[in-house]
Design a binder for this molecule. Structure first.
Ligand code: ADP
Ligand code: TRP
Length: 321
């Protein structure tokens, strides 16, 4: 079974990325042959600063390795180190109905927000389909917001197989129910583009400030809160504390007597502890960039070999060879 996923180097990774995608992906490396990559081509649709892309790509590599991606078990690489994927994206684009892309909510959302959109952003799901299909991927672990893109991939693969004969494996998205959509500090979906993130790594002081700054309602501490399960700090606490501790705080909030300040303090402590080991590992890796670059180079070589085989299959099937 081949597992594949990617993440864009478009900014510092956050709890949404971690619980929605990284943690499930890292767990899956025990279950099959995992391919994980840094989607730097995709980041070009929204980030137009070369130095930032370079820095973010290295940061994603450090973050992933620090959080437990094991290069002995997974193939870890930079998307653009396998340029074959862009050729496959072209081939697939000729089988992709415009209407399929026009339906994609991530694109429509950006249009609706008045963000500048480019052709790359519109064609984004086709490149993503190429990423997935070029490695004969079976399972694609992603957060809820990427599910539609995997469905588009399935449609495109089916169209190709119908037009040119069985060529591509049809992949399945894998969405983890309870962390499909991690809320951000404003209660909306946590996202780099909404400025509501709690980063996995960073300096203690500003991060503590972010947590303590979460807005709550104006009810007094003594007041019982029958809707405690909807409280944002409780929801986040459930991700980073033990079930017992999170339930205990939820019950105390429900009963009344627990102030929001104390709850947020607990949330910060649990979050800070949760990533303590990863933070230590990240510092170690930052001091050993040759190792990190070596991991990516080795990953790229392995990924490229497989990509070339599958691309050849598609080229032959479609009459390019
Ligand atoms: P962002 O929205 O911050 O730009 P990306 O689009 O780069 O994040 O997402 C990278 C991965 O993390 C994807 O698999 C995505 O589904 C997942 N992800 C992002 N935000 C969340 C969230 N709030 N909850 C769950 N998963 C998320
Ligand atoms: N679009 C994904 C995101 O923003 C990143 C991505 C690119 C990806 N190619 C992929 C994810 C292939 C899974 C499979 O999160």
């Amino acid at each position: 079974m081949r597992i594949l996923s990617g993440i864009q180097p478009s900014g510092a990774l956050h709890l949404g990325n971690y619980f929605g995608m990284m943690q499930p992906a890292i767990a899956l490396q025990e279950k099959g042959e995992a391919f994980y990559f840094i989607a730097d081509y995709h980041s070009m649709t929204s980030l137009f600063n070369a130095d930032e892309r370079r820095k973010n790509s290295l940061d994603v590599a450090l973050d992933f390795l620090a959080c437990g991606l094991d290069p002995k078990k997974s193939v870890f690489f930079r998307q653009s180190d396998v340029p074959e994927v862009t050729e496959l994206a072209w081939i697939l684009s000729t089988l992709t109905p415009m209407s399929l892309l026009e339906k994609c909510t991530s694109y429509k959302d950006k249009v609706a927000k008045g963000l500048p959109v480019n052709h790359g952003l519109f064609a984004y799901p086709v490149l993503m389909a190429a990423d997935i299909l070029i490695y004969d991927s079976n399972i694609v672990p992603v957060g809820q917001d990427q599910k539609q893109h995997v469905e588009v991939t399935r449609d495109i693969a089916t169209k190709f197989n119908e037009a040119y004969g069985a060529t591509f494996v049809i992949p399945e998205p894998q969405i983890r129910g309870e962390t499909a959509k991690v809320p951000g500090l404003d209660g909306e979906k946590m996202s780099k583009s909404y400025g509501n993130t709690l980063e996995i790594f960073g300096d203690e002081k500003p991060l503590r400030k972010k947590v303590m700054g979460i807005k709550m309602d104006s009810r007094q501490p003594a007041e019982p809160k029958p809707d405690a399960e909807n409280n944002l700090a409780i929801q986040l606490l459930k991700l980073v504390a033990t079930a017992e501790a999170a339930n205990d705080f939820e019950n105390r909030l429900r009963a009344g007597g627990l102030g929001y300040g104390d709850l947020k303090k607990q949330l910060f402590e649990s979050y800070w502890n949760y990533f303590a080991e990863a933070r230590r590992k990240r510092a170690e890796l930052s001091a050993n960039l040759d190792y990190v670059n070596g991991v990516l180079a080795e990953g790229a070589a392995k990924a490229r070999t497989l990509a070339q085989t599958v691309l050849k299959r598609a080229r032959k099937a479609s009459g390019l060879e």
